[in-house]
Design a protein around this ligand. Structure first.
Ligand SMILES: Nc1nc2c(c(=O)[nH]1)N[C@H]1C(S)=C(S)[C@@H](COP(=O)(O)O)O[C@H]1N2
Ligand SMILES: [Mo]
Length: 320
C-alpha cells in the first residue's frame, strides 16, 4: 500500500527505485500483459488473440455459457469512450495513448480501511474468473462479452465499509493531456463519475473487469480496471477507475448531471421505460447479420431473477 495526497502522482516518482523495480518484476509475473502495447497494429491484436493470458478460468456464478460472445474484433473496435472522442472508431484509436502502468486506486469515505493501493496489490487478493454477460448500451445496441474479472463485493468488503456507507462512487482517470474531450467540458464534466447503491455494488453479478476473451482488457474497453454491472445500461460500467468512495448520500453521476431527464441514477435496463428520444423496447445485437431481427430487450437485461428483489418496492418509471 502507498499513501498519496493526489492521484496524479506516479508511483514510480515516490517509491524507492529499487523497491519499485522489484515490485514491477512481481507484477509482470502476475499480470503479464498489463504492460501492453501502446501502438495499434492489427498484427498485435491478432497475436494477443492467439495466446491467452488466462486459460481455463473458473466461471462466475451467473456467467452464461449458452450465450454466444460477440466477436472480439467488434467489441474492441466499437467503443464508447467520450474522454477521447464521441466517435466509436476514433475513441478506440485514441485510447491507445492512455498510460495504465503503474496504476493505483484511491479508496476513501465511510470505511475502516482507506488508502491508495496499487492495482497489483488489489489483484493479488482476488480470484479471477470468467463472466460471460450480456451488455446493453442505452443507445439500444447490445453485445455479449466474456469478461475476466472478480467480484466487486469481495473487493469492497476488504475496505470494511461502515454502516453509514449507502453509496459507492467510482471516478475515471483524468489525463487531459491525452484525452481531448477533457480539455473542455463538452458533453460531460470530467472526470467521468458513476455510482451504485451499496447493495447493488455488493451484488454477486457486479464485477470489476481486468480482461476479456482471456486477455488483458484493451485500453479502449476500460483498461486496466472497469466496472461491469450487466443489468444496467452500459454507461454505468465506468472505465479506467482511479478512485472509489463510500458515501452516505447519492452522488450525481456524470450523465445524470448532463441530462437528468434522460439518464437516471439507476439506469436499470427496462424495455418499458423509453429514453425521451427513442424506444428501449428492442436492441441491435452487434455482430448479427443485417437481416437478423432486433432482440426484444428484457427487464434488467435478463437478470431479473437475480436483481429484481433489490427494487421490489420502487416505481421503476420514477426511479429510471
Ligand atoms: N470513463 C468512461 N467510462 C465509460 C464510458 C465513457 O465514455 N467513459 N462510456 C460508457 C458507455 S456509454 C458504455 S456503453 C460503455 C461501453 O463500453 P465498451 O466501449 O467497452 O463497449 O462504457 C461506459 N463507460
Ligand atoms: Mo452506452
Amino acid at each position: 500500500m502507498i499513501i498519496k495526497t493526489k492521484n496524479e502522482i506516479l508511483a514510480s516518482e515516490i517509491t524507492d527505485p529499487s523497491i519499485f523495480k522489484e515490485r514491477r518484476k512481481i507484477i509482470k509475473a502476475l499480470f503479464a500483459t498489463l504492460v501492453s502495447s501502446s501502438v495499434i497494429s492489427p498484427n498485435r491484436v491478432l497475436a494477443a488473440n492467439n495466446n491467452s493470458v488466462w486459460n481455463n478460468l473458473s466461471k462466475g456464478d451467473f456467467s452464461n455459457n449458452k450465450l454466444t460472445p460477440t466477436p472480439a474484433e467488434l467489441i474492441k473496435n466499437y467503443t464508447n469512450y467520450y474522454e477521447f472522442s464521441f466517435n466509436k472508431k476514433d475513441s478506440t484509436e485514441l485510447a491507445q495513448h492512455l498510460k495504465i502502468d503503474p496504476w493505483s486506486i484511491e479508496v476513501t469515505g465511510e470505511i475502516e480501511k482507506p488508502g491508495t493501493f496499487y492495482l497489483e496489490d488489489i489483484l493479488r487478493q482476488q480470484v479471477l474468473q470468467e463472466f460471460i454477460y450480456r451488455f446493453r448500451c442505452v443507445e439500444a445496441w447490445s453485445m455479449v462479452v466474456p469478461w475476466v474479472g472478480f467480484s466487486l463485493g469481495n473487493l469492497l468488503k476488504t475496505f470494511k465499509p461502515l454502516s453509514s456507507a449507502y453509496f459507492v462512487k467510482f471516478t475515471s482517470v483524468h489525463q487531459p493531456e491525452i484525452m481531448p474531450k477533457q480539455q473542455n467540458n463538452a458533453m460531460l464534466e470530467w472526470p467521468y463519475v458513476e455510482s451504485l447503491r451499496i447493495d447493488e455494488a455488493m451484488h454477486p453479478l457486479s464485477i470489476f473487469a481486468v480482461g476479456m476473451y482471456g486477455n488483458t482488457l484493451p485500453k479502449q474497453n476500460g483498461a486496466p480496471l472497469r466496472l461491469v454491472v450487466p443489468w444496467k445500461y452500459g454507461f454505468k460500467s465506468i472505465k479506467a477507475i482511479v478512485k472509489i468512495e463510500f458515501l452516505k448520500r447519492p452522488p450525481i453521476s456524470s450523465w445524470s448531471k448532463s441530462a437528468p431527464g434522460e439518464y437516471g441514477f439507476y439506469a436499470n435496463v427496462n424495455p418499458e421505460v423509453p429514453h425521451p428520444r427513442w424506444s428501449q423496447n428492442s436492441e441491435r445485437q452487434l455482430g448479427s447479420g443485417l437481416f437478423t431481427p432486433r432482440r426484444q430487450t428484457e427487464l434488467f437485461n435478463g437478470y431479473g431473477e437475480q436483481v429484481a428483489s433489490m427494487y421490489s418496492n420502487m416505481d421503476l418509471r420514477h426511479f429510471f
